[in-house]
Design a binder for this molecule. Structure first.
Ligand code: ZN
Length: 285
């Protein structure tokens, strides 16, 4: 129980046809809210640190806090490095005790992505640590709303490449591009469920949705039905919890910092618990 690797939680999710939420935290209160939601829902979860969040919390600080929370929790928790772009960061995460790492070499040429990923797989899997890799281009909203979701097909993960990539790298989970974008959506997304299904049929691999913020319940559930078993969800939670705190502070002028801490945990917990229910992983711990 408690601290588990990614392969363990995702193989059960794949078999049970649900998805496990992968939630980023940049501080202790957010991490506590996420873990409390998982315990309330009796759900496995993935608690993530993203390399790009190093300016808010260091890898070492995240490791100490998240691993402590995970080992004390009464549900299975995978502590995962999200978007590991540098070899050194990934090795540091492995040494610190993360149970899963993501190698993000998706912007590199196909063969280089395979080589970089294989190198990490060899080290990580010999230690029982899982590896997620990414294939295809995940677009990101820059806030201007200039992305056209209807003409992104060229950058989606190719079915043939996915098959070759999985065979050659022996990864545990594959992040694919099928129409989701990082950040908050500025227009209606246009998801290609057939692509998820085709990649699933060809690879038989747990598939990962990045850019899982702000989709409708129907879009989450259709994605899961077609083969998504890990959903990365962060931006919407971050935005909604901030709004909740603003409302709280506006109507509680006598609040102390510890009141704000408690309110943050409560808001994160409620937000994450709702997503866990939608992803179908409640009572799967
Ligand atoms: Zn991502």
């Amino acid at each position: 129980m408690t601290l588990v690797n990614l392969a363990t939680v995702l193989s059960k999710a794949k078999e049970g046809k649900y998805a496990v939420g992968a939630f980023n935290a940049t501080d202790l209160n957010t991490a506590r809210g996420i873990v409390e939601a998982a315990e309330q829902e009796k759900s496995p979860i993935i608690l993530q640190f993203a390399e790009s969040h190093s300016k808010y919390i260091s890898l070492e600080q995240a490791a100490n806090m998240y691993l402590d929370l995970a080992t004390r929790a009464c549900v299975p928790i995978c502590v995962h490095l999200d978007h590991g772009e540098n070899f050194n960061t990934i090795i540091r995460a492995i040494k610190l005790g993360f149970t899963s790492v993501m190698v993000d070499a998706s912007l590199k040429p196909f063969e280089e992505n395979i080589q970089n990923t294989k190198e990490i797989v060899k080290i990580a899997q010999s230690l029982g640590i899982s590896v997620e890799a990414e294939l295809g281009v995940m677009n990101a909203e820059d806030g201007s709303g200039s992305l056209d979701y209807n003409t992104m097909d060229d950058t989606y993960t190719s079915v043939q490449e996915a098959k070759e990539f999985v065979q050659k790298t022996k990864i545990d989970a594959l992040a694919i591009a099928f129409g989701t974008v990082h950040g908050l959506y500025k227009k209606e997304p246009n998801l290609n469920y057939e692509r998820i299904k085709a990649i699933q049929n060809c690879t038989d691999m747990p598939l990962v949705m990045h850019g899982g913020s702000g989709l409708s319940n129907e879009e989450y559930q259709q994605s899961v039905a077609n083969g998504i078993t890990k959903i990365n969800y962060y931006s919407t939670m971050s935005f909604e919890v901030t709004n909740g705190l603003r409302n709280y502070l506006n109507s509680n002028s006598d609040a102390f910092l510890f009141d704000v801490d408690a309110k943050t945990i409560e808001l994160v917990k409620n937000n994450i618990a709702e997503k866990i229910q939608i992803f179908g992983s409640s009572n799967k711990a």
